[in-house]
Every structure is written in C-alpha cells, then in structure tokens.
Design a protein around this ligand. Structure first.
Ligand code: UDP
Ligand code: MG
Length: 154
C-alpha cells in the first residue's frame, strides 16, 4: 500500500500540536507504521528539500527546521498521499481550507506545522530516507474491513 512521510515540524512540537496531527490522521483510518523524534541537520534537510535549495526561502526554511526537534512519521493507506495532502491543506495556511490541519491551526507559510509527501514516489523515497527497514512495522489493523472495500485492502 501507498506510504507517506509526515514531519511534525518544529512549530508543531513547540505548540503542542503533535497529538492533534496524529489524531486527525488516525481518525481518517490510516495506519501508523513508523514514529520517532529527531533533530534534522543541514545534510538531511538539503536532501529532503532538494527541489527548494535554490529558492529564496530555503535559508529561512532550513534555519526553522533545525530550530527544534521534529516528529517523523510513516503512514500507510490506500491512496494515502492524496488523502493526507487534503487533510493537511494548502502550503499557505491562510489559503488552506477550514477543516484542514494548516487551515485550522496555522497562519504563516514558513510556520505551517507539517510536511507531507506530495506523490506516491516521493512518499516511498522520503519514508526510506528517514526510516530504516527495522523501524517500519507491518501489522494487521482489525478495523480495515470497516474502512476499506475489499479491492482497496489488497
Ligand atoms: N516555504 C516557505 N516559503 C515559501 C514556500 C515554501 O517557507 O514561499 C516552506 C514551507 O514550510 C513549505 C516548504 O517550504 O511547507 C516546502 O514547500 P512546498 O512548496 O513543497 O510546500 P508543501 O509541500 O510543504 O505544501
Ligand atoms: Mg512539498
């Protein structure tokens, strides 16, 4: 099944919103398959944000992402990348829809609480960049028959 990397960014940790983020993804029915705290360094951030390193906001983004530990999560579910991006909301929280994590809980683009993978491929790559195989868990979720139709569970 599809996987997504979630980072509860320094503002989420500092504002005590890690639990709220986990709650929203759990309630959707997604499966948490990896969870840990980390301090991200320049090398990790340059890989993770490779598409942004030449952009004017990158220096501020890197400084912010190093300002506090983060919480890293791997989530799994049928087409979960798209589902999670919808739950997370637009990059600019002031334009993010009400009901989304960013729309409900954040204001600044540079303080938007959460990273979520933006494609199936980036989900696989980003989970592999931050989690070793033995940090990822494969297990049955008993409620799946009440969350997914049969073909979606395979
Ligand atoms: N960002 C920023 N200023 C900008 C654009 C992006 O500080 O003008 C930061 C913001 O934290 C964002 C991250 O860079 O979440 C990555 O940008 P991207 O466009 O990939 O947004 P996302 O995928 O996080 O919605
Ligand atoms: Mg992105």
């Amino acid at each position: 099944m599809e996987r997504t990397l979630i980072i509860a960014k320094p503002d989420a940790v500092q504002r005590g919103l890690v639990g709220e983020i986990i709650l929203r993804l759990e309630r959707k029915g997604l499966k948490l398959i990896g969870l840990k705290m980390a301090s991200l360094d320049e090398a990790m951030l340059r890989i993770h944000y490779a598409e942004h390193t030449e952009k004017p906001f990158y220096a501020g983004l890197e400084e912010f992402m190093k300002s506090s530990p983060v919480v890293l999560m791997a989530w799994e579910g049928y087409q979960c990348v798209e589902s999670i991006r919808i739950l997370v909301g637009s990059t600019n929280p002031r334009q993010a829809a009400s009901g989304t994590i960013r729309g409900d809980l954040a204001i600044g683009t540079g303080r938007n609480l959460i990273h979520a993978s933006d494609s199936k491929d980036s989900g696989e790559t980003e989970v592999a960049n931050f989690f070793d195989d033995d940090e990822l868990f494969s297990y049955d979720k008993s409620e799946y028959m009440h969350i997914y139709e049969g073909n979606e569970r395979e």
